[in-house]
Design a binder for this molecule. Structure first.
Ligand SMILES: [Zn+2]
Length: 402
């Protein structure tokens, strides 16, 4: 696909480009040409010409509507409709998720799908820069070695990380690492000869949810991630928000209480220092006889046990989740007052405690905001799915690389 790929890349800054068509098919496909035309506001002739080129080059393929919905659905309607979808093997990318004590790697396909995940446990906080790059590099190399010959070129490598990332390459700070201001992308780009981008994990999740197709499209969406930390991915005007510094939306480190509890970031009284898993577990341990944990990272079982305790009506556990709900509610009220998102989704592994937090969260929102402001924004939980992070980084690499 060499020469064709050059065309493919050079086209992508043009107004009516292959890029736009591919993005739309990735997001809404499989779909009929006529529907693609109305989404992109392009004439049938233009759509027909571009899709003809893309079909010839192997980036998209045709599927009969009846193939998708069973033969029965085609009966009595004359000729089955022809839909187009992306050819998953036209190209691929390598997706990496770096979190506390764990690295996960998978191959992403051209349609945005994620293949089987390989993971490795290691003490991430002890890693030197060279050791981190070596660990990531070995996993990426193994994933690349396993790509079948039938799959097209590798577009790039994407790394989703918890923490603050500057210009998609420098890890300014991450709770998973002791390293600071470390360029994670350049050494991997040099080793593999492919573009490498790093991205905040909450941003990845917001992107994956926005493009998943199970939501009504909204212009302004905030995805709040509850878990070990508290993160947020923010989509404004349909696009992922990223400050020029590279910082995303550090919702977890907005303040709830001056001189409050110590936060992972080293400051006091952040929303996260009430709502993060480590904060809830730390406070619970100070009052209840609970097993020790490596202080950074209570396990899923330990957190679920705390939620179960609250669900059973245990006073201490109930009041901890109430307090967390209150901090979350005040944090959300500031977010709504500042930018009035159309929709706020609460997700992440910490959504397990949402039911325990919600009544107090709603009460705090009612206290903090006038009704007219509150009415602008819908807030609801979104089921947590571990795969969203890898899915999001795959979409981002495809977005910038094709
Ligand atoms: Zn903080």
């Amino acid at each position: 696909m060499g020469a064709a790929m050059d065309k493919f890349e050079s086209e992508h800054s043009q107004p009516i480009s292959w890029h736009r068509v591919l993005q739309a098919v990735r997001r809404y496909g499989p779909l009929a040409r006529v529907d693609l035309g109305s989404i992109l506001e392009l004439s049938p002739a233009t759509i027909s010409s571009i899709t003809g080129d893309l079909l010839r080059e192997g980036y998209i393929r045709e599927v009969a509507d009846s193939d998708l919905h069973g033969v029965e659905s085609g009966r009595g309607r004359g000729r089955p409709k022809v839909l187009i979808e992306l050819a998953p093997d036209a190209a691929c990318m390598i997706a990496v998720k770096l979190s506390i004590n764990r690295i996960e790697v998978a191959r992403g396909d051209f349609a945005g799908g994620v293949g089987p995940v390989t993971s490795r446990s290691l003490n991430t906080l002890e890693l030197s820069g060279a050791a981190l790059i070596a660990a990531l590099g070995d996993l990426i190399a193994a994933e690349i070695a396993a790509i079948p010959a039938s799959v097209g070129r590798i577009i790039g490598i994407g790394i989703a990380v918890q923490g603050l990332i500057h210009k998609t390459e420098t890890l300014v700070w991450s709770p998973a690492l002791s390293l600071r201001n470390f360029n994670i992308a350049a050494p991997l780009a040099a080793r593999f000869g492919r573009p490498v981008i790093a991205m905040n994990d909450a941003d990845c999740i917001a992107l994956a949810i926005q493009q998943r197709g199970d939501l009504q499209p909204v212009e302004n969406l905030a995805v709040v991630m509850l878990g070990t930390g508290v993160g947020m991915g923010l989509i404004l005007g349909g696009k992922l928000h990223a400050a020029s510094s590279g910082a995303g939306a550090e919702f977890g480190h907005t303040k709830y209480q001056i001189d409050g509890p110590l936060c992972h970031c080293g400051r006091r009284g952040c929303i996260e220092s009430f709502v993060g898993d480590y904060a809830l577990y730390r406070d619970a341990r100070s009052m209840l006889d609970l097993p020790n944990t490596d202080a950074l990272h209570p396990s899923e079982e330990q957190m679920q046990a705390l939620v179960d305790l609250a669900e059973s009506g245990h006073n201490v556990a109930v009041s901890l989740f109430k307090q967390a709900g209150r901090a979350l509610g005040y944090g959300l009220s500031n977010l709504i007052a500042l930018i009035s998102p159309d929709l706020i989704l609460i997700t992440g592994s910490g959504v397990r405690g949402y039911r325990q937090m919600e009544p107090e969260m709603r009460r705090a929102l009612d206290e903090a905001l006038v009704d007219t402001l509150l009415a602008q924004t819908e807030i609801r939980p979104y089921p947590w799915d571990e795969d969203l992070t890898l899915r999001g980084i795959v979409l981002q690499v495809l977005e910038v690389g094709t």
